[in-house]
Design a protein around this ligand. Structure first.
Ligand code: HPA
Length: 281
């Protein structure tokens, strides 16, 4: 929770200045797009021309990434002829970070005038016809079961105290994603993502309730970041990789191995889809 907005803003400013100066020293233009490389998206970094990489630990005030498979590097690359930031590693509440830390990078990106945030994640699927390795466009979310990342002092420099949530996910980016999927011949489900704090997966009863609410996918990331990004007036696009059927729907016990394996299998589609979206932005 943000208890001192002055101190928080100083930290955002400090991290942003460090990134800005690092890029300036290498004559790299500051990107206007940031992609969060969720599970299975790591190969996107090798699909672009890497211009520079900054380990999170070198960026003042930046948290360190502890989740398995989340490396902790800010990559700047050229993808589809555009400079993009790629976050290789994100910060989850279940790692023990408070939401102001989980979403710190979003405000740093906003400070750097990044205007589009592309979020990807691994999720359990509940929607009709979904199977592991499918992709789902996140059109809206359910987060009222959890604490808001905007709790505490409001950062007025970024946005208002009571932000509207009618359109957290940008409609134009969503339609570009649908168009990209169609061009690539990739099935892209559309649905609502429910955020849970984790790290435990859901119980079958919790999944039954979420299904009644019309949820299509469930996972442990993305929503705090999307809320903060929309608070900063950033355009947000988000895609879930369905790595498993949700608890009680899946015939097998949920394991991280299954999640990693299916994220890997879906990787080619996920990377191509995001690349195509960047081409169209
Ligand atoms: N639930 C929550 N988070 C997840 C899941 C799931 O089934 N799969 C991958 N991340």
């Amino acid at each position: 929770m943000i208890s001192s907005k002055t101190e928080y803003m100083e930290r955002v400013c400090c991290a942003a200045e460090y990134i800005k100066n690092s890029l300036k020293n290498e004559s790299i233009d500051i990107p206007s797009v940031c992609i969060v490389l969720g599970s299975g998206l790591a190969p996107l970094a090798s699909m672009c021309e890497v211009l520079t990489e900054i380990p999170y630990k070198n960026i003042p005030c930046f948290p360190e990434s502890t989740a398995p498979g989340h490396e902790g590097r800010l990559i700047v690359g050229k993808l589809s002829e555009k400079n993009v930031f790629m976050m290789s590693g994100r910060f989850h509440y279940y790692e023990g970070y408070d939401y102001d830390i989980c979403t710190f990078y979003v405000r740093v990106m906003s400070f750097l005038k990044v205007n589009s945030l592309i979020l990807t994640n691994a999720a359990g699927g509940l929607g009709e016809g979904m199977k592991p390795t499918d992709l789902m466009l996140i059109e809206d979310h359910v987060s009222f079961l959890c604490e808001s990342p905007l709790r505490g002092q409001n950062l007025d420099d970024f946005g208002v105290r009571f932000p509207d949530q009618t359109c957290v996910y940008d409609k134009e980016l969503a339609s570009l994603l649908l168009k990209s999927a169609e061009e690539l011949g990739i099935t892209l489900h559309r649905g609502v993502y429910c955020y849970t704090k984790g790290p435990q997966y859901e119980t079958p009863t919790e999944i039954k309730i979420l299904k009644m609410l019309g949820v299509g996918a469930v996972g442990m990331s993305t929503v705090p970041e999307a809320i903060v990004a929309s608070h900063c007036q950033m355009r947000v696009a988000a895609v879930s990789c369905i790595t498993n059927l949700a608890a009680g729907i899946s015939p097998v016990k949920l394991t991280q191995e299954e999640v990693i394996e299916n994220a890997g299998k879906a990787s080619e589609n996920s990377c191509n889809l995001v690349k195509k979206l960047v081409e169209k932005i």
